[in-house]
Design a protein around this ligand. Sequence first.
Ligand SMILES: *Cc1c(COP(=O)(O)O)cnc(C)c1O
Length: 435
Amino acid sequence: MTMTLFDHFKFTFLDDGFCARDIVDQKINESTSSDDKDAFYVADLGDILKKHLRWARALPRVTPFYAVKCNDSQTVLRTLETLGTGFDCASKTEIQLVQSLGVESSRIIYANPCKQVSQIKYASAHGVQMMTFDSEVELMKVARSHDNAKLVLRIATDDSKAVCRLSVKFGATLKNSRLLLERAKELGLDIIGVSFHVGSGCTDPETYTQAIADARCVFDMGAELGYNMTLLDIGGGFPGTDKFKLTFEEITAVINPALDKYFPADFGVRIIAEPGRFYVASAYTLAVNIIAKKVNMKEQSGSDDKGNVTSDRTLMYYVNDGIYGSFQDVIRGYEHVTPIVHKKMKPDELMYPCTIWGHTCNDLDRIVELCNLPEQQVGDWLLFENMGAYTVAASSTFNGFQKPDIHYVMSRSAWQCMQQIHGHCKCESTLEPPA
Ligand SMILES: *Cc1c(COP(=O)(O)O)cnc(C)c1O
């Protein structure tokens, strides 16, 4: 049964005992009798709920402002709106999108330190006040273009241990921070706090500790200059799956003591964060179809004790998505994508080394350079899990290939839990995620 609650909140209830993976199987079974074997997603909104409960348990002092750029699906945004998160928007269009769901402007932070003037004016006209900056030029633009900005100074972090480094592009040094605070004072601007981003795919939680300590330094500088800053924004960078080098809880176990040390509760500071990947990565499974295949043969074969064929017989599969579509993150090396074979394997089936290529005519369009799979045929399906972050949102229709359809699902128990949270309008740690 498909539920439609609002314009942008359509999903199918999972029957009792069914999970998202069963829906993937069902769609694939339906496709066997037809030629329509387009790639598709199944997105489990209940997984987003589980992440939300996990957040509330692990970071009870920190309000999440979901980073819209990570996945701007209206159904995802509606889910998070229902759960009561705030939103990190980086552009006029993202602000528009979030406001069209009825989100109040106090739940929006315009977290792009380098903004186009017309978009600053748009934020001003639509009541969005919180915004980040990291330069003097930005301060002057805001002074001229916004009536009532509440500015958040973005500081640089040591992101050398992150996969996607952001401090090359954004963030003021501590020395510059003082100058910026002074300049803002002269311009009569209100600075309400400090933000940072440790980089996406952060592998060293001590980066957060150092950044939190630096933020406290800037709070103290601000106090000397007469500012009463009340907001700390610890940004994003939290892992979206448990396959990452560090779990979310291993990171929060380092963050919490740092917050308690540098921003104890009686310091009176509101703490927010801008998680993107954390909320959506694991909710999405992508199914792609093998549209073409080549076999490269060389002599000499054998097999090792794991059943991997040690010959030079390698296979090349071409599938109907690629790095210009859902896999653009692959070239950044963040997630190792590992295909899962959909077809049931026979007990003693041999594994062959293979390469998986995307469907465009571009040479860069390679999804997996080398993996071992049982031999597949054209028409077979491969699944990729954890495909919710920076996939659909970053994909193009290069070469005329359309984006995969997304089928949203949710269990009834997840739905009920979401309604309870919505009723309380706050995440309550007593709520258990559905089994
Ligand atoms: C991209 C981005 C985020 C989200 O980062 P994740 O690593 O996905 O959590 C948060 N804040 C800002 C300013 C960003 O640019």
